[in-house]
Design a protein around this ligand. Structure first.
Ligand code: TXA
Ligand code: MG
Length: 317
């Protein structure tokens, strides 16, 4: 166990957090998507600590975070198309999977032994400052125990990982609220491995036609989905009203009875994404029968919201 300290944002806190990373300790930090559980991506022991803290299967690779696109270009193979995509969407809520360059110092444990690496330049100013101060790629999965709902506040991180992380940098609530789009550029057709705020439509002008991998795709049968992002209560989707004992989470016109919560009264997908994980946590009350969620349109950011909801509703292991 480690003593966990939550620090308000300041230059001193960033310096302290960067020093902790360099010393091989774990630091949770805000990005615009979700909070990350960071460790030195070039240090096998720090990376091993991340897997241990999250109880994450070590065959599931991690994203390495950089302060700017140029630092990312030194680690992976970026052809012209990949560079153009990177420059257009970084910093931002997008991760690119590219071939590992010869001599790339990222730990093989972080990339689960694959010959590709996942790289991201986050837009959150605190993250950018921390990454610049650390001066090395920082591996960071979402800062939650594996399989649970991702954290969008420092309090969420503390609730799940107290004693496992040295410092939590408190940057307030995350603005996007869903994990980054993961785009695989290592093969022929660019493929979205995980939908997020950067959508296929946004990518098309630079990436050409973009394929959607299994899990995020609309066609995926619910039974094939891995349980993930899951609250303790069962989750029921496409609900128009709660059944007895259920808590209702509305969207737009579908509001449920008095006392129900809503992802967005006005049907705004950006607002819904930013509130989704916090509401799934808040509604996860012992004693209730389940959480029923109103239908969310399968377009734009709704594709990523529905992907997370389907995983939250998938049969538990
Ligand atoms: O928004 C985010 O992406 C957050 C913040 C902290 O940056 N991070 C995050 O990390 O969600 P994580 O570890 O929870 O998700 C990483 C995703 C996983 O789906 C993983 O399988 C995929 O990226 N991934 C990582 N490296 C990969 C690789 N070499 N090939 C294919 N997928 C990879
Ligand atoms: Mg995660």
């Amino acid at each position: 166990m480690t003593e966990t300290r939550t620090l308000p944002p300041s230059d001193d806190a960033i310096r302290e957090a960067a020093d902790a990373l360099v010393a091989g300790e774990l630091v949770a930090f805000p990005t615009e998507t979700v909070y990350g559980l960071g460790g030195d991506a070039t240090d096998d022991r720090a990376v091993a600590k991340i897997f241990e803290a999250k109880q994450r299967p070590s065959f599931n690779p991690l994203i390495s975070h950089l302060p700017d696109p140029e630092s990312a270009f030194e680690l992976g193979d970026f052809d012209e198309r990949s560079r153009n995509i990177a420059k257009a969407f970084w910093p931002g809520p997008m991760t690119l999977v590219v071939p590992r360059r010869a001599g790339c110092p990222i730990s093989l444990l972080a990339s689960a032994g694959l010959d590709t690496i996942a790289l991201r330049v986050p837009a959150h100013p605190l993250a950018a400052k921390l990454l610049r101060a650390a001066g090395r790629p920082v591996a960071a999965p979402s800062a939650n125990p594996s399989g649970r709902v991702s954290p969008t506040t420092a309090e969420h991180v503390l609730a799940g990982l107290e004693g496992q992380v040295s410092i939590i940098l408190n940057g307030g609530p995350c603005s996007v609220g869903l994990e980054s789009t993961v785009l695989d550029l290592s093969g022929g057709t660019p493929t979205i491995l995980r939908p997020g705020a950067v959508t296929a439509e946004m990518l098309a002008p630079l990436a050409g036609p973009v394929a959607m991998a299994g899990h995020g795709a609309k066609i995926a049968a619910p039974g094939m989905l891995e349980s993930h992002y899951a609250p303790a209560l069962p989750v029921r989707l496409e609900a128009t009203a709660p059944e007895t004992g259920e808590i209702f989470l509305g969207f737009g016109e579908v509001t449920g009875p008095e006392g129900s919560e809503t992802l967005s009264k006005s049907g705004d997908l950006t607002e819904a994404a930013s509130l989704l994980f916090a509401l799934l946590r808040a509604l996860d009350r012992p004693g209730a029968k389940g959480i029923a969620v109103a239908p969310i349109p399968e377009k734009g950011l709704g594709i990523a919201i529905n992907d997370r909801l389907r995983r939250a509703a998938a049969p538990r292991a």
